[in-house]
Write a protein that binds this ligand. Sequence first.
Ligand code: FES
Length: 123
Amino acid sequence: MAKVTVHFESGEPDAVIEFDPGRAPFQHDGRAGSLLDVLLGHGVPLEHACGGSCACTTCHVVVRRGGSQLSEASEEEEDMLDKAPGLTPTSRLGCQAVIEDQEAEIEITVPRHTINLVSGTHG
Ligand code: FES
């Protein structure tokens, strides 16, 4: 089993998801087994304005732990991340970062501005 702990800077309650990565995809947005896929598939919200196709920055997350257990960022992802508000050295696009380790223990923060950026476009 893998585990993802999600902290929301927006003040939403933290979430902990335990799941079997082998069962991906869990829903239809983002790469199969990506953070976005896992979160949405377990009822944990993460914005994804472009539907998980690496064409926005609303799924920006900051990886606090376990970054090496995620797929490497593609050049496309890096380019898109450059536009993300509040970019950090461990920032990833949730729809692109795939959890590759079956026993992964990942901890992420969903930045507050990610939520603010899209407020009004989702409801
Ligand atoms: S949802 Fe748009 S880049 Fe991830």
